[in-house]
Design a protein around this ligand. Structure first.
Ligand SMILES: Cc1cc2nc3c(=O)[nH]c(=O)nc-3n(C[C@H](O)[C@H](O)[C@H](O)COP(=O)(O)O)c2cc1C
Length: 346
């Protein structure tokens, strides 16, 4: 895969999964890894982060890699093209990626149709998340309507929803994280969820950037709790370029992910965990490349973790490695379940 240009490798990986060409991972069925978070049951706390399967084309195959849960998207209400290429770069010396894709999407109608087709073969083996965003050409003042549309359309086909306001590649998107805007946006998203699924509304999460400072994270946490959302994903890619990067010619635009993001993601998670103080479950994401990183995220306050970039560097076997390594570490430290270790370092 790495001999192909990055965009082509991504497409090839998705097609291979869809065609069933990836060998399934051994099923991890270990009671120590089981948890119950925002009303859902997870056989493993290790999930696939958003952005790999943006249109929910290969969801069932992704569980076969060993993920306890899968998040597809970001999906936008209307179809839109990716940003002009180049928009995806590998940083091999750092095991990192930079992307400036900008939400390429077939649109929410196709996403929902893909999921309906997926469910025709029976229920999925773990919770499925739909991550929603806004179209590039939707004016900032109309953003709430885009999120409401995505939430309303996806609620019937998702076990949980994620409002993504932290991609650095849609101009103005991160401004929605700020105190003045976020309250109205979350109210609109929550109302849309209630309209779609009044009987059993799926949990709704918000995904933030690891670039937020302590004050911004505290404000964001308060806004989430005031709106009644069910959890927070922290976080997305960073616009920072750490001085520790070994790669030459790192692109200045786009979001950095993978191993060089980990210290920042972990530090931000710790701040957020202190701010929410157990009142909201957190999903830790950013630079997880093995069981130690996943375990550190959990001990810093994450109830669940997600990864994406390290798959490019370590291959699909990484998912089982993280799951079984996590189980080993939990037992070693005397925990009988993931939930016992959540926030142990705080
Ligand atoms: C190529 C690429 C595309 C991504 N697209 C999305 C996206 O559409 N929506 C989203 O919420 N996050 C997206 N992300 C961010 C990931 O979900 C994740 O938050 C981030 O990459 C940090 O995790 P990682 O270091 O394990 O990759 C994308 C990341 C990459 C590398």
């Amino acid at each position: 895969m790495r001999l192909l240009p990055p965009n082509a490798a991504h497409r090839a990986a998705l097609l291979a999964l869809k065609a069933g060409l990836m060998p399934p991972a051994p099923r991890l069925d270990d009671p120590v890894l089981r948890s119950h978070v925002f009303g859902l049951d997870f056989a493993s706390p290790v999930g696939l982060a958003a952005g790999f399967d943006k249109d929910a084309e290969a969801v069932r195959a992704l569980y076969r890699l060993g993920f306890g849960f899968v998040e597809a998207g970001t999906v936008t209400p209307r179809p839109q093209a990716e940003n002009p290429r180049p928009n995806l770069w590998r940083l091999p010396a750092d095991e990192g990626l930079v992307n400036a894709l900008g939400f390429p999407s077939d649109g929410v109608e196709r996403f929902v149709a893909n999921m309906r087709r997926t469910y025709e073969a029976g229920p999925l083996p773990g919770p499925f998340g739909a991550n929603v965003g806004k179209n590039r050409d939707t004016a900032a003042e109309d953003a709430d309507a885009d999120y409401a549309a995505g939430v309303e359309a996806c609620a019937p086909v998702a076990d949980y929803l994620v409002v993504n306001i932290s991609s650095p590649n849609t101009p103005g998107l991160r401004d929605l994280q700020a105190g003045a805007r976020i309250g109205a946006l979350l109210d609109a998203a929550m109302a849309a969820r209630g309209r779609a699924e009044p009987e059993a509304p799926p949990p709704l999460l918000v995904k933030f950037a690891p670039d937020m400072d302590e004050m911004a994270l505290r404000e964001a946490a308060e806004a989430c709790m005031a709106a009644g959302v069910d959890g927070i994903v922290l976080g997305n890619t960073t616009v920072d370029r750490p001085a520790t990067l070994a790669s030459a010619d790192v692109p200045v635009r786009g979001g950095l992910s993978g191993r060089p993001l980990f210290p920042r993601a972990l530090a931000a998670l710790r701040v957020l965990a202190r701010a929410v103080d157990g009142r909201l479950p957190l999903v830790g994401c950013g630079g997880i490349d093995g069981p130690d990183a996943a375990y550190a995220m959990i001990r810093a306050g994450a109830s669940l973790v997600q990864l994406y970039s390290a798959l490019i560097w370590r291959g699909p076997g990484l998912v089982t490695e993280v799951g079984s390594g996590l189980a080993e570490r939990l037992r070693r430290d005397g925990f009988s379940s993931v939930s016992g270790a959540v926030g142990a370092d705080l």
